[in-house]
Design a protein around this ligand. Structure first.
Ligand SMILES: *Cc1c(COP(=O)(O)O)cnc(C)c1O
Length: 436
């Protein structure tokens, strides 16, 4: 479900006309729908109702404080991967006691901060990390709550860059080595064993890999529960979303009639719940889930304006004002993003579609949002919405080509607020030091 629809030919986010938002705050601009985020949270919460569960939002997907605050109010915990993310959660009013701290390379400084703040669990990815946490906790005279991250060695059938649960990845501890590491942990004076965790990858679009990972880890969970009295099993995040796709060619009419509505999904939250809830229920233990993309991915768009239409002998290009520095997913993962005009007139007068490359101004051939995309005719000055940009969008933005970070806005009903100011050129050089 998402809340981006045409009304009278104008693309709206909830009750707000996106062209108005672009006029007010400029482009490139990320716009998020609070209603969509809350709807996803509520539906997941309901699907897991039969379990004692906590939804720990994976902060790295979108860590704007306004979004963290929204989710904290809804009752979410948080899955963090750095001290900076913990700092953000606290700044947004989130509770450190509902945070799990993941990641393969936690620094001393980060571990100290997380200990002081009292996180719910350190999700530990190696024996050396465990030793390091024990030492740091000992120096502080504290006990660190830990869960080991199991690597169940399953194939999540996703892009290799976002697959994390197979043996070749840097993540987690192999199942056959896990019992020995738990035994070592049990002997450490400043370590308290509280759970077990896994996370097999991201943008997983079928329920089966989750189910088979749970099946593999469940016997270990049972043993750990009886042996160490662990309190929770975190099954990670990774639920994929439908990157909204245009239907057949000639979709100009379809857009005009329906807007970029969800094209339907093979993998619904119900499929997910049906596959995982029964086996997890049998374990009789608290279940944590760590969704990032699922909660925010389809809740955001990147608005961009067409600077120029460039026609060459081979191709037609729409050169837009957003670049790969604003949204790197197409360049990094060859990911698909639906792109639609914010004014349906632009779609309607072009029932004819054309093939066009939508590219940014950055000096890299990888700076594109769509290649040979069949879409309604695009003109200079048109405002386009790059859909499904709420997760791993702004978060991966950079200042490459000395382009300031874009602004971000949050819509709730008929209200829109700026939740991050656009960077200025002065911001770009702030903190730099000219030596001799
Ligand atoms: C990135 C990450 C997540 C969230 O992944 P999504 O695909 O966005 O749901 C959850 N848990 C851990 C440990 C992660 O690293």
């Amino acid at each position: 479900m998402h809340s981006f629809r045409y009304r009278d030919g104008k693309l709206h986010c909830e009750d707000v006309d996106l062209a108005r938002v672009a006029e007010k705050f400029g482009t490139p601009l990320y716009v998020y729908s609070a209603g969509t985020i809350l709807d996803h949270y509520t539906r997941l919460d309901a699907a897991l109702a039969l379990l004692d569960h906590v939804i720990c939002y994976a902060v790295k997907a979108n860590s704007n404080r306004a979004i963290l605050k929204l989710l904290a109010h809804a009752g979410a915990g948080f899955d963090i991967v750095s001290g900076g993310e913990l700092y953000r959660v606290i700044a947004a009013g989130g509770d450190p006691a509902r945070c799990t701290f993941a990641g393969v390379g936690k620094s001393r400084e980060e571990i100290e901060f997380a200990l002081e703040q009292g996180v719910y669990s350190f999700n530990v990815e190696s024996e050396v990390e465990l030793e390091s946490i024990d030492r740091i906790a000992s120096a502080k005279n504290l006990r660190a709550p830990i869960a080991l991250r199991a690597n169940p060695d399953v194939d999540p059938h996703t892009h290799e860059y976002v697959s994390t649960g197979s043996r070749e990845n840097k993540f987690g501890i192999a199942l056959d080595e896990l019992p020995a590491v738990y035994e070592r942990a049990a002997k450490m004076l400043n370590i308290e064993i509280v759970g077990v965790q896994m996370h097999i990858g991201s943008q997983i679009t079928e329920a089966e890999p989750f189910a088979s990972a749970i099946k593999k880890v469940a016997p270990i969970v049972r043993k750990l529960k009886s042996k160490y009295g662990i309190k929770f099993f975190s099954i990670g995040g990774g639920m994929g979303i439908i990157y909204l796709r245009a239907l057949e060619s000639g979709s100009g009419k379809w857009w005009h009639d329906h807007g970029p509505a969800c094209a339907g999904s093979a993998f619904s939250i119900r499929d997910y719940a049906e596959a995982i809830v029964p086996p997890l229920r049998e374990l009789g233990i608290r279940i944590l889930v760590e969704p990032g993309r699922f909660l925010v991915g389809n809740a955001g768009v990147l608005l961009t304006r067409v600077h120029y239409i460039k026609q060459t002998a081979e191709k037609k290009f729409a050169i837009v004002d957003a670049g790969m520095n604003d949204l790197i997913r197409p360049a990094l993962y060859q990911s698909y993003h639906e792109i639609v005009p914010c004014r349906a007139s632009a779609a309607a007068d072009a029932k004819r579609t054309q093939e066009i490359d939508i590219v940014g101004p950055v000096c890299e051939s990888g700076d594109f949002f769509a290649l040979d995309r069949e879409m309604p005719e695009v003109h200079e000055g048109d405002l386009l919405a790059i859909m499904s940009a709420g997760a791993y969008g702004f978060m991966m933005a950079s200042n490459y080509n000395s382009r300031p970070f874009p602004a971000e806005a949050l819509v709730h009903g008929d209200k829109v607020s700026l939740i991050r100011e656009r960077q200025t050129w002065e911001d770009l050089v702030r903190g730099e030091i000219e030596s001799l």
